[in-house]
Design a protein around this ligand. Structure first.
Ligand SMILES: CC(C)(COP(=O)(O)OP(=O)(O)OC[C@H]1O[C@@H](n2cnc3c(N)ncnc32)[C@H](O)[C@@H]1OP(=O)(O)O)[C@@H](O)C(=O)NCCC(=O)NCCS
Length: 178
């Protein structure tokens, strides 16, 4: 499976904000409406305020028109870690200082309705490729994400480890070491 991924800011420079907005509006992800709404309502602003960077996996439909097959959003977000919540080895690799580890964030990940199984996993590989570049330039070995209970096993199979529930107990914090 080959992915063509472009950054939202690059596409905005090419086609302009209005056209980009219209293009993002076509994205449908029934499994996770919040992710769809993020792309439609917040991704451009988060990008222009440098809160995060959204990456779009593009394809073409039967008529040859560009479509968004999926997207992922990367950012930086530190993580509070207690010694007991991870193995000794992981704790050391996380460079924890005053109970805080600096971390890259896989903030959003979603594929469009109808896109083949395994596409999300390919997007995660691409995200890790970008994190590896960040690590090379700035250091930091930790990638974090927050997910629902139903996705813990999926992210576990992608190399993430559950650390704990977040404060409101709704989402689960998971980390991977790069
Ligand atoms: C998460 C995602 C990118 C994974 O894509 P993928 O690697 O191609 O894998 P699949 O779509 O086959 O999903 C893997 C498993 O997770 C489950 N899953 C995916 N999204 C789910 C969701 N929102 N809630 C519950 N389960 C979900 C799938 O049912 C599947 O389970 P199965 O293996 O028992 O059939 C994709 O399923 C997706 O876009 N989901 C909706 C958006 C989402 O939930 N993002 C994560 C927010 S933390």
């Amino acid at each position: 499976m080959s992915l063509y991924v472009t950054r939202l800011d690059k596409l905005k420079a090419e086609i302009g904000e209005e056209n980009l907005h219209a293009f993002l509006s076509s994205f449908k992800c029934s499994a996770e409406p919040a992710a769809e709404q993020f792309l439609k309502r917040s991704a451009i602003r988060h990008d222009s305020e440098s809160i995060s960077r959204t990456h779009l996996a593009l394809g073409q439909d039967a008529t040859g028109a560009d479509v968004i097959n999926g997207f992922f959003t990367l950012a930086i977000k530190c993580l509070s870690v207690e010694k007991e919540s991870v193995s000794k080895k992981t704790f050391k690799l996380m460079n924890v200082s005053d109970n805080i580890a600096q971390a890259y964030l896989l903030g959003q990940l979603a594929k469009a309705d109808g896109v083949e199984r395994g596409f999300g996993r390919e997007m995660i590989k691409q995200a890790f490729h970008t994190f590896a570049k960040g690590k090379e330039m700035f250091g930091c070995r930790v990638v974090r994400l927050d997910c629902r209970d139903s996705l813990i096993d999926y992210y576990d199979s992608c190399g993430f480890t559950f650390i704990r529930k977040n404060l409101d107990k709704e989402l689960n914090q998971m980390v991977a070491i790069i």
